[in-house]
Design a binder for this molecule. Structure first.
Ligand code: 5GP
Length: 118
């Protein structure tokens, strides 16, 4: 079964794409957590960071250069942004297809809430 992100990359499910190339595709998160919330996703379906290999290093690097380019295109490179990759159950990963969140356009806030505040 292809992941929901593979279906988006294939154009089978609509999305607001902001960038795509031979290795990665980026589109707006359906439930944005900040003014800018983009998902940068490898075109190759890998379930989690725990499953990446040395063969994936070009694609993993491309996720960062795509993030830099998208931040520039959306006008948030100077104000700053946060990149997040969740992995597995404790990391809070919901979609089993590696992806990087790019969040910005306003302050993203402290990196983590203290456990006592949850
Ligand atoms: P995770 O928790 O796995 O790191 O993040 C998954 C993200 O995917 C969530 O922020 C969620 O809103 C987003 N998402 C889930 N389904 C869809 C979808 O069908 N389209 C888009 N654009 N984003 C989705």
């Amino acid at each position: 079964m292809p992941s929901i992100f593979s279906k988006i990359i294939a154009g089978e499910i609509p999305s607001k794409k902001v960038y795509s190339d031979d290795l990665v595709t980026a589109f707006w998160d359906i439930n944005p957590q900040r003014a800018v919330h983009i998902l940068i996703v490898p075109n190759k379906e890998i379930r989690t960071v725990s499953e990446v290999t040395a063969e994936d290093e070009l694609m993993l690097g491309r996720m960062f250069t795509a993030a830099r380019r998208i931040a520039e295109d959306l006008g948030i490179a100077q104000s700053g942004y946060r990149l997040i990759v969740n992995c597995g159950e404790h990391g809070g990963q919901e979609v089993p297809h590696v992806h990087m969140h790019l969040l910005g356009g306003e302050s993203v806030g402290p990196m983590l809430k203290r456990k006592s505040a949850e």
